[in-house]
Design a protein around this ligand. Structure first.
Ligand code: ADP
Ligand code: MG
Length: 551
């Protein structure tokens, strides 16, 4: 046995230990996630070495992670059969933070230039190991490097500024970490707790994880697979697993990108929608992962709130694992991720609308309200118009029940026309027999029908689409300058000028303060009269009530 040597933590490390133990993590349990992910990294590195035919010590050990707890000794032990560490590596990797082991390995890797294994190793995690000191007053690390002929070493520290290293016997290849739990962290020597936390964060880690001898991670991370290799049944099982429901997804989108961000994502639209009103308490339906390790369960900020009806996983190795949720939520990285994902999803829904309009119509019936909410809750006109492409309305040029989009309306417009007309009415019949509609129809304009007040409110908010103005035909009527004092004398059925003047005086007298003005119009065909308002009808009431209340 060699002598024990004592080392000081690097000054930054000491500072960091303080921060990590106190504030960086929102929940203590994430130390398990960190240690599991280190074990998983170590196994990936070993696998890479195997691929390059390097000589390896203890070559017959199965590649796995084992977690054991001891309730009487108050210990938590995690062991992997990965790449392990030499004495020097322990000093360097567990004593300093300036140099991330993963980072160093990566540069080794780029020298070796074997492309295949690269992607799964990349990751620049900063402080993971030190999270063990959140729950421990003493940490022991036993490690033996994969290099043939290596000797095992033991690293010990109470996290207070110093660590000891000595040679150790009976160490197998890989790393074993023993945490001596603090008084306030004794729950982490209960197997059930560990099993739950492991499942929660590490269900999709590539290597098998055993807790007390039983496998804890059983589901494949579908989002990492080639879409070609994922069957509909696999999606169904996975969807039910993550959404804890029994329906099957209506839509499934698997999305992969390497630039500007690394993204592996999988989205499902539930077939059985949650009522929009009920869902308003929910922040997000997707989970955020970094290289198969969960960062956040309800990843607020990764998706805009209106897309909370989606279930799924977003995995990006560009996201640092060791950030608190609070910091993550408004980072520039997350914003970028959100923009990329939102654009992709809108595009996906448009593709689906084209591919199978009937199915989209069903989808819209269930989820259209979310789109409307999305438009109402952003101040960004571009974003509004992007989402607005998903909206559907009945139209005066289509049969009842058929719907059309703003883009389609725009395509049908005559060259040079600048206005998209819409009209709120409780039903198609009332819309088509309305004097407002009659006046606009006479001019040959298409009119979109809004049967629910939100439809009208959303168009009112949107104001413009594709450089065209959105205009309610009620407003159109009010702004109409064709109102006159003169009767069209060429029309034989018309009132005489004196009769009309008398009528106007009578109306003005009867209505008093209730109206601004009574005028003659030549635009109505079958209706005798129409009331026009300066602003929108139903939307006025709605503006006062709900929808815009919260974001
Ligand atoms: P990161 O994982 O981001 O590099 P950590 O603090 O989690 O940061 O770990 C620091 C370094 O310690 C790792 O990069 C790695 O070199 C080494 N290390 C930690 N755990 C293990 C392990 N189980 N096996 C081998 N090396 C490990
Ligand atoms: Mg780590």
């Amino acid at each position: 046995k060699g002598p024990s040597s004592s080392h000081e933590f690097q000054a930054e490390t000491r500072k960091l230990l303080d921060i990590v133990a106190r504030s960086l993590y929102s929940e203590k349990e994430v130390f398990i996630r960190e240690l599991v992910s280190n074990g998983s990294d170590a196994l990936e590195k070993l696998r890479y070495m195997q691929m390059t035919d390097a000589e390896i010590s203890d070559p017959d050990l199965p590649l796995e992670i084992d977690i054991e707890v001891d309730a009487s000794k108050k210990t938590f032990t995690i062991q992997d059969t990965g790449i392990g560490m030499t004495k020097e590596e322990m000093i360097e990797h567990l004593g300093t933070i300036a140099k991330s082991g993963s980072k160093a390995f990566l540069s080794e890797l780029s020298k070796a230039s074997e492309a295949s294994a690269k992607s799964s190793i990349i990751g620049q995690f900063g402080v993971g190991f030190y999270s063990s000191f959140m729950v421990s007053d003493k940490v022991e690390v036993f490690s033996k490097s994969y290099k043939p002929g290596s000797v095992g070493h033991k690293w010990t520290s109470d996290g207070q500024g110093k660590f000891e290293i000595s040679e150790a016997e009976n160490v197998q290849r890989g790393t074993k970490i023993v945490l001596h739990l603090k008084m306030d962290s004794h729950e982490f020597c209960q197997e059930d707790v560990i099993k739950d936390v492991t499942k929660k964060y590490s269900n999709f880690v590539g290597a098998p994880i055993y807790v007390g001898g039983k496998k804890a991670n059983t589901i494949q991370p579908l989002w990492m697979l080639d879409p070609k290799d994922v069957t509909e049944d696999m999606h169904e099982e996975f969807y039910r697993f993550i959404s804890k429901s029994y329906d099957r997804p209506k839509y499934t989108l698997q999305y992969k990108a390497d630039a500007p961000l690394n993204i592996r994502a999988l989205f499902y639209v539930p077939d059985a929608p949650m009522a929009w009103e009920m869902s308003r308490e929910l922040d997000a339906g997707v989970m955020l992962y970094s290289r198969k390790v969960m960062i956040m369960n309800q990843a607020k900020g990764v998706m805009p709130k209106w897309l909370r009806f989606l279930r799924g996983v977003v995995d990006s190795e560009d996201i640092p694992l060791n950030l608190s949720r609070e910091l993550l939520q408004d980072s520039a990285l997350i914003r970028k991720l959100r923009t990329v994902l939102t654009n992709r999803l809108v595009r996906y829904f448009l593709e689906q609308a084209k591919k199978d309009p009937e199915k989209y119509k069903e989808f819209y019936k269930d989820y259209g309200m979310y789109f409307i909410e999305g438009i109402l809750n952003t101040q960004d006109q571009q974003e509004r118009e992007d989402i607005a492409r998903l909206l559907r309305f009945e139209s005066s040029t289509k049969h009842p029940g058929e719907t059309t989009s703003l883009s389609e309306y725009a395509e049908r417009m005559e060259a040079g026309a600048r206005t998209i007309y819409y009209f709120h009415a409780p039903s198609r019949e009332l819309a088509e027999t309305s004097p407002y509609f009659e006046a606009v129809k006479e001019k040959g304009h298409e009119v979109l029908f809004c049967f629910n007040p939100y439809d009208e409110l959303v168009l009112l908010t949107l104001q413009q689409f594709d450089k065209k103005n959105l205009r309610s035909i009620e407003t159109e009527m009010a702004a109409d300058q064709t109102g006159t004092d003169k009767i069209d004398s060429s029309d034989a059925d018309s009132l005489k000028q004196e009769e009309a003047d008398a009528l106007i005086s009578w109306i003005t007298a009867r209505m008093g303060q209730k109206i601004v003005k009574a005028k003659i119009t030549n635009r109505l065909v079958s209706h005798p009269a129409v009331i026009s308002v300066m602003e929108m009808g139903a939307a006025r009431h709605l503006l006062k009530t709900s929808l815009l209340g919260r974001s």
